[in-house]
Write a protein that binds this ligand. Structure first.
Ligand SMILES: Cc1cc2nc3c(=O)[nH]c(=O)nc-3n(C[C@H](O)[C@H](O)[C@H](O)COP(=O)(O)OP(=O)(O)OC[C@H]3O[C@@H](n4cnc5c(N)ncnc54)[C@H](O)[C@@H]3O)c2cc1C
Length: 403
């Protein structure tokens, strides 16, 4: 039997980082807001549910993402204080380059470094000797150049969503776990509410779809512009973590725009070092396809460890996961109102790089839903993309900049 829940000003579908930051901002603006998500928040299959996400200002020549990240680095520290919990760890960010920084192969690193220096940050350029002395866990002979930026690090993503869920509840948000959007109730071109698979109807004036990689399935008119892609994540257990503790091993990229590889320092809480690939990935359906990480990916990992971190080449692999990007064809987020249906908006399109922007995502989404513009919102608007659209995120290792 269909259960009906009281009417809300805003109903947010999806309790990942896009949804939870949106509902918090809306509650702060005094709207009656609710959030729904299957099972529990953080959801075990959500992209936002992980141990770490990199927080970096390094965005190549893209000064807009640089500025967004610059604001977010400070706000992550404010969140650490506000929640009295260390969500953000400022352990630094190290870009390893196989070629000289000025070579055409290191465009991402070169422009990222220049942006940091031009904006007064303490970034350092390291040669092989420096690298060997400062970061003994790295095979310095494999890298001709490197840049280290202390004003960066990682966020504990799953913990962040957990803490933000509690905060949302404290602001009066109805957080409804175990509710899965099945269909929207639309009359005369306007959203009236949504029905869930679990048999509940939520009435609302405005629905915001932040369902991550499920979004193009919930709103099929988005499927030409974005897709769900799987990306491998690996946890290795070092025999001796001494050279891989955060004090000697920051968040790092391994010639990322040419290899896709990046990773994090040893995490004492989990006893592991996490590696992942920021590359093209494989297109997979979020609910139907297998999320298994294959042998080819594992061989790829071993090859990278062999040349970059020899001490870890045979370290046991204790966990693998295929994590999903909501991949727009140009790599920019998608935060806008539906062009035809009133009272319907979308906040998604993280494309593998949105978590760090969590402290800005809520206001971007709330401003959009209120019909306001935001200094950073223009490139996230509803847009026409084609297979010729180029990937904007310069760290990403994709052929010809196309997905
Ligand atoms: C491997 C990997 C590494 C990454 N590394 C970084 C990084 O280092 N730095 C960084 O900044 N970003 C990184 N990202 C990107 C970042 O994690 C994502 O952009 C962000 O977490 C996406 O958040 P989301 O809220 O859109 O999606 P999700 O976190 O996936 O949340 C979507 C939510 O919607 C719910 N949902 C789905 N369908 C329905 C439905 N029908 N009804 C109700 N709810 C529904 C899901 O259960 C889920 O909880 C990475 C992503 C991946 C996959």
């Amino acid at each position: 039997m269909q259960k009906t829940i009281q009417k809300f000003d805003f109903l947010v579908v999806g309790g990942g980082i896009f949804g939870i930051t949106a509902v918090i901002e809306l509650a702060k603006r005094k709207y009656r807001a609710a959030l729904i998500n299957p099972d529990s928040i953080p959801h075990h299959l959500a992209a936002s549910t992980d141990v770490t996400k990199a927080v970096r200002m390094e965005y190549g020549s893209d000064t807009s993402y640089f500025k967004m990240a610059e604001i977010c680095v400070q706000r992550w520290k404010d969140w650490n204080d506000l929640f009295n919990t260390k969500l953000y760890h400022e352990v630094g960010f190290l870009m390893l380059c196989k070629s000289h920084l000025n070579s055409e192969h290191q465009h991402f690193e070169k422009h990222s470094y220049d942006n940091l220096i031009q904006n007064g940050y303490r970034a350092q350029r390291l040669n092989r000797e420096d690298l060997k002395k400062q970061f003994p866990g790295i095979n310095s002979l494999a890298f001709e150049d490197a840049c280290y930026n202390p004003d960066a690090g990682y966020a504990e993503s799953g913990l962040t969503v957990e803490v933000l869920k509690r905060y949302a509840r404290s602001l009066g948000v109805s957080v409804c776990e175990g509710q899965t959007l099945k269909e929207m109730v639309i009359n005369s071109g306007k959203v009236q509410g949504i029905k869930t698979k679990e048999g509940t109807t939520f009435y609302c004036d405005h629905a915001i779809i932040a369902a991550g990689s499920s979004t193009p399935y919930v709103i099929p008119e988005l499927s030409p512009y974005m897709k769900s892609t799987g990306h491998p994540v690996f946890w290795v257990k070092p025999e001796n973590p001494m050279h891989f503790n955060a004090s000697r091993f920051p968040v790092f990229t391994v010639d990322i725009s040419n290899s896709g590889w990046y990773g994090f320092p040893f995490l004492p809480k989990h006893g592991i070092i996490k590696f992942a690939k920021h590359a093209a990935g494989t297109v997979i359906h979020p609910d139907k396809d297998d999320r298994h990480v294959g042998q080819e990916n594992i061989r790829d990992l071993r090859t990278m460890l062999q040349y970059a971190f020899p001490e870890l080449k045979d370290a046991p692999l204790v966990n693998t996961r295929l994590c999903l990007y909501t991949d727009t064809l140009d790599g920019h987020f998608w935060i806008d109102n539906h062009p035809d249906i009133k009272g319907l908006s979308v906040s998604t399109g993280g494309s593998g790089h949105a978590f760090k922007m969590a402290p800005l995502l809520g206001e971007l989404t709330a401003d959009m839903a209120e019909g306001k513009s935001h200094p950073f919102s223009k490139r996230f608007r509803w847009r026409h993309l084609t297979s010729d659209s180029l990937q904007a995120e310069e760290a990403r290792c994709v052929t010809d900049r196309r997905l």
